[in-house]
Ligand binder design. Structure first.
Ligand code: NAI
Ligand code: OAA
Length: 266
């Protein structure tokens, strides 16, 4: 299988290092022209060719493409890839909190007879969430706790002094859509929960910076007429990018390993 990658940061480079466990034999990675990605890539289990435009990525004829570059990359690349018949695994699920982009992505997949696949990423339990949401209302409250350095460069900096925290501080309380759009590098899990049935507007979200946090904690409580459950995930941050849990890479790897192309009926 030939894998297309968009982005070669902590997720992209870690993913490539683990592809020996999958059917992937070749990778073409779309990186920014100024990116230092090729220099950072140490020899992995499969060869990686680097390209700097979408046209070059499409010309390489990947069997499936993984986006792991951020919300703007979803907006720029997912619609044309889907429209031209490529299945796309979208790591930056929170991009779909933009309702217009969500529609655009859905239409492009319809027109191209392709699929966009949303990995569970750093969260879990989405199977039960989907089942409960399909059967009735669900009430979902999510809390994300990360160390201060994981929130650097985010709007949290306008609320708290991340370098001077001596105790956990909740710097955001709001709904799922606002969280996913304001924290594009930290709240993709919120969008994954919302799209699995929690609902962007309906779910309640708290984001916390904790100087004692060793990794990233995602916890949520679900109440439905049929069941209630609480899930807490304590994950290790990626080397070089504390805000991205290693579980995200493992989740995308599973999507790749179990990927089946749609069989054409003609
Ligand atoms: N679903 C989930 O649970 C999670 C999703 N994510 C998403 O994955 C994204 C990537 O995460 P990391 O690899 O940790 O970030 P990173 O910052 O380490 O790497 C992102 C890479 O993408 C590159 N990039 C950005 N825009 C690009 C473009 N238009 N074309 C080509 N390359 C581009 C950057 O130069 C950088 O090298 C995050 O921004 C976030 O949206 C991250 C963590 C969890
Ligand atoms: O990797 C994580 O822990 C979650 C994350 O950054 C996101 O959802 O954007």
């Amino acid at each position: 299988m030939h894998l297309g990658l968009i982005g070669f940061g902590s997720i992209g480079s870690a993913l490539v290092g683990m592809l020996g466990q999958t059917q992937v034999t070749q990778v073409t990675a779309l990186v920014r022209p100024a990116s230092d990605a090729p220099q950072r890539h140490s020899a992995g289990p499969v060869p990686v060719a680097f390209v700097s435009s979408l046209d070059e990525l499409i010309a390489a004829r990947p069997d499936i493409v993984v986006e792991c570059a951020g919300h703007a990359a979803v907006a720029a690349y997912a619609p044309p890839l889907l429209q031209s018949g490529h299945d796309v695994i979208i790591a930056s699920v929170g991009a779909l909190a933009d309702a217009a982009l969500q529609k655009q992505v859905e239409r492009a997949a319809g027109a191209g007879k392709s699929r966009f696949i949303l990995p569970s990423g750093a969260i879990g339990g989405l199977d039960l969430m989907r089942a409960l949401a399909a059967a009735g209302d669900v009430d979902v409250a999510y809390r994300g706790i990360k160390p201060p350095k994981a929130w650097q460069g985010s709007p949290a900096e306008q609320v708290v002094d991340l370098n001077a925290l001596s105790r956990p501080v909740t710097f955001f309380s709001g709904n799922g859509r606002d969280a996913a759009l304001a924290y594009p590098k930290n709240a993709n899990v919120v969008a994954a929960l919302a799209l699995a049935g929690a609902g962007f507007e309906q779910m309640r979200v708290e984001l916390v910076a904790d100087p004692a946090a060793q990794g990233n904690q995602h916890s949520y409580q679900v109440h439905s007429p049929f069941c209630k459950y609480t899930m807490t995930i304590e994950a290790t941050g990626s080397p070089g990018n504390a805000r991205t849990s290693v579980t995200t890479v493992l989740s995308i790897l599973q999507e790749i390993a179990t990927y089946q192309p749609i069989q054409s009926s003609t």
